[in-house]
Design a protein around this ligand. Sequence first.
Ligand SMILES: [Fe+2]
Ligand SMILES: [Fe+2]
Length: 257
Amino acid sequence: MEKYLNRAIKSVITEFPKVGTILNDYEIGCVTCSVGTCLLKDIIEIHNVPKHIEAEMMKKIEAVIKGDDTAVEEAMEDLNIQAPREITYTEPIQRLVAEHTLIKRLLALIPDVCDSVNADLESNREVILKSVEFIRQFADKFHHAKEEDILFAYAKGNTDIISVMLEDHKKGRYYVKSVLLGLETGDASFITYSLKHYRELLTEHIKKEDEILYPWIEKGMTAAQIDELEIKFDETDLKFGNDFYDKWEDFVNSLEK
Ligand SMILES: [Fe+2]
Ligand SMILES: [Fe+2]
């Protein structure tokens, strides 16, 4: 078992696909993760699995790896019985989660925006431009800057997960550029294609941050570092101005109406 703990999770899942099923059941999405170089032992650490759940999950994984058919059958029957995990955050991290909530409200409107664009691009030009501005100003400059310039520096050990997040941010910028290109060329289908891909990307990205990355980074931080983080976030908010958040919340409110 020891040697499997030190192997990349993707290679363990390739050899034992049932390990992927078990991890999925514990809401650990290694099967769909684009990196997959985390070691099996890192998965437990990064996903902040509570001790009693960890023991249960590892028993099941061990049964699969050892090829103990009876134990595997018992283990698979036991799946889906776990209680949902409740996550609590420290104050500064809770601020990032709240920013995600506003971003998710915009993401939820994208299918309707796409329908309107397909029906009549010209009369929706302003809505697209304002939505792009929201993504660039609020989601990217304001929120992603707090992550990239401040929070990510506190991540210890495994940096693969940070690389995945940075890559997602880059892909998001690429989709936004594509939306603008579609506007320039009057190509409604390219605009809606890019917006839908942005929505899919950010939805998954936010879920990974809320459920995996933030709890994992927080766990490795001292109380003094949490205080320091709050001060740095305050400084950033101040740079953007007191009405910055309200302004973009008003925009989302108006679009929802
Ligand atoms: Fe992010
Ligand atoms: Fe984020």
